[in-house]
Design a binder for this molecule. Structure first.
Ligand code: GDP
Ligand code: IMO
Ligand code: MG
Length: 422
C-alpha cells in the first residue's frame, strides 16, 4: 500500500487541518511528520471549532489511528494542554494516538533560546512562533537532543545535561530568564506523556502498509517555509516538503502515492520575510477581514496578497504534487477583479522561475481577471460554479499543470466540493 501526503504549498495556514479531517474517512492512519506546536490547524464541524497543534487532524473521525512521527518536535506541556482539552470534549485519545520514541522533545530552555536568538537578531528577526522550534531542531542535528524514548531511561540525568548546556549559552548571551513555572508544567506533561503509546513508529507504519492499510501524512507549515527550499533564512527549521514525509516517518520514497498540494485562492504569510505579492493597500485589508486572516494560535495579523504562481509552480515541482486543493475561494466572492502573479521582474528583467533571493528588487507581474461576484459558501457542487470562477480554476490548472481536485468554499467540513473522484 502507498502513503499519500498532504502539504501546504505557500507560507502555511492554507487550511491543511480542515482538509485532512475531510479526507480521513478514506484512510486507516493519519500521521504528522514534521514541525511541532508552531502549527495551528483549524477544523470546524457540527458548529464546533478546534485548533490542533501537535495532534494530527485525523483525530475526530471515528477510530482511525493517529501518529506523531519521529520528524515532529513535541512540547510535553503544550501536548498535555491540547490532549486534555480534547479528552474533556469527549474524544478518547489514548487508544488511537501513537507517538514516536524518536520524536524530539522541546524543553523549556529551548523556548528561552528561541526568544534569545530572536532578540539578538534585532530588526532581522524571523518572527518565530516562540515555541522553541529552531533550537530543538538545532539540538537534534548537532546530536544533543532529547527524545521521547529517553523518558524510559535515565531521563533526569539527560535532561539536566541538556539544560546545563542551554544555561551556559544563555549566560554567554547575557539573556535574563526564569523557567521555574514552565519547568513545572513541562514535567507534568512528561508524566502525562507516559500514559500514551510510545512506539517505534517507523515499524508500526511500514507494518500497517504491508497489511494493506492506507496512510495520509499531514504536513505542517508550507513549502515556502521549508528550511532548504523556502525563503531562507525566514523559514522554519524542518523539511516541510514532500520528502520530509519520508524522513519524518521512516517511509521509503517508493511508498509515496498521491501528493495533495493545498493553497489558498490568494496568499498569506505570518512573521517576517519576503512576500512578493503582498498588498499594503485596502485590498489587502479586505482580504484579511473577509478571510479572518489572524493566527490560529497567536492571533497575529497575517500579511495578505494575491496568488503567486511563480512560487506555487516551484512548490508543485519540489513536492511532486499530483492533486491540487484550492481553499478559501469564498473569500474572493466580492472582488470585481482578481489578480494572479505569473512572473517576476527582477531588477527589471522578466523571470518565470523562482529565484535564489526574493528579498529585494522583485516586482510581481500580474494578469487580471473578472471576479465572480457570487456567494460560493452555500454551493454544493461544481455545477453551481459561476463561469468566472471556472475560468479562474482552468487558468490555475493550465499554469500549474496539475488538476484541482477539491475546492473549499468555507471553514466547515461540509463546505467542501470534490470536483472528481479517481
Ligand atoms: P492550517 O494551518 O493549514 O491548518 O490552516 P489554519 O487553520 O491556520 O488557517 C486556515 C483558516 O481558514 C482557519 O481559520 C479555517 O477555519 C479557515 N478555512 C479553511 N478553509 C476555508 C475556506 O474554504 N473558506 C474560509 N472562509 N475559511 C476557511
Ligand atoms: P501551520 O502548520 C504559518 C512561521 C513563523 C515564522 C517562521 C519560523 O499552521 O501552517 P518557527 O516558530 O517555526 O521557528 O517560525 O515560520 N510559521 C508558520 N506560519 N503557519 C504555520 O504553521 C507556521 N509555523 C511557523 O511565523 O515566520
Ligand atoms: Mg495554521
Amino acid at each position: 500500500m502507498k502513503v499519500d501526503v498532504l502539504l501546504g504549498l505557500q507560507w502555511g495556514d492554507e487550511g491543511k487541518g480542515k482538509v485532512v479531517d475531510v479526507l480521513t474517512p478514506n484512510y486507516d492512519v493519519v500521521a504528522r511528520f514534521q514541525g511541532g506546536p508552531n502549527a495551528g490547524h483549524t477544523l470546524e464541524f457540527e458548529g464546533q471549532k478546534y485548533v490542533l497543534r501537535s495532534i494530527p487532524s485525523g483525530i475526530f473521525q471515528g477510530d482511525k489511528v493517529n501518529i506523531i512521527g519521529n520528524g515532529v518536535v513535541l512540547d510535553p506541556a503544550l501536548f498535555k494542554e491540547e490532549a486534555v482539552a480534547l479528552e474533556k470534549s469527549g474524544h478518547n485519545l489514548k487508544d488511537r494516538l501513537m507517538i514516536s520514541k524518536k520524536a524530539h522533545l522541546i524543553m523549556p530552555t529551548h523556548r528561552v533560546l528561541d526568544a534569545a536568538y530572536e532578540a539578538a537578531k534585532g530588526a532581522s528577526k524571523v518572527g518565530t512562533t516562540g515555541k522553541g522550534i529552531g533550537p530543538t531542531y538545532t539540538d537534534k542535528v548537532s546530536r544533543n537532543g532529547l527524545r521521547v524514548g529517553d523518558l524510559l531511561h535515565n531521563f533526569e540525568e539527560k535532561y539536566a545535561a541538556a539544560k546545563a548546556r542551554h544555561e551556559q549559552i544563555l549566560k554567554d548571551m547575557n539573556f535574563a530568564y526564569n523557567v521555574t513555572e514552565t519547568e513545572k508544567a513541562w514535567f507534568e506533561g512528561i508524566e502525562y506523556l507516559k500514559q500514551f503509546q510510545l512506539v517505534d513508529s517507523e515499524h508500526v507504519i511500514n507494518q500497517m502498509l504491508d497489511e494493506g492499510k492506507s496512510v495520509l501524512c499531514e504536513g505542517a507549515q508550507g513549502t515556502m517555509l521549508d528550511v532548504d527550499f523556502g525563503s531562507y533564512p525566514f523559514v522554519t527549521s524542518s523539511n516541510t516538503v514532500c520528502a520530509g514525509a519520508c524522513t519524518g516517518l521512516g517511509v521509503s520514497p517508493r511508498r509515496i502515492g498521491d501528493v495533495y498540494g493545498i493553497f489558498k485562492a490568494y496568499c498569506t504569510r505570518v512573521g517576517s520575510g519576503p512576500f512578493p505579492t503582498e498588498l499594503f493597500d485596502e485590498v489587502g485589508d479586505r482580504i484579511r477581514d473577509l478571510g479572518h486572516e489572524y493566527g490560529a494560535v497567536t492571533g497575529r495579523k497575517r500579511r495578505c496578497g494575491w496568488i503567486d504562481l511563480v512560487a506555487l509552480k516551484y512548490a508543485v515541482m519540489i513536492d511532486g504534487v499530483t492533486k491540487l486543493i484550492m481553499m478559501k475561494s469564498d473569500v474572493l466572492d466580492d472582488f470585481k477583479t482578481i489578480k494572479a502573479c505569473v512572473a517576476y521582474k527582477v531588477n527589471g528583467e522578466m523571470v518565470d522561475h523562482f529565484p535564489f533571493d526574493i528579498s529585494e528588487g522583485v516586482e510581481p507581474v500580474y494578469v487580471e481577471m473578472p471576479g465572480w461576484k457570487t456567494q460560493m459558501s452555500k454551493m454544493q457542487g461544481e455545477d453551481e460554479f459561476p463561469e468566472e470562477f471556472n475560468n479562474y480554476v482552468s487558468f490555475l490548472e493550465d499554469e500549474l499543470g496539475v488538476p484541482i481536485k477539491i475546492v473549499s468554499v468555507g471553514p466547515d467540513r461540509e463546505q467542501t466540493i470534490v470536483r472528481y473522484t479517481d
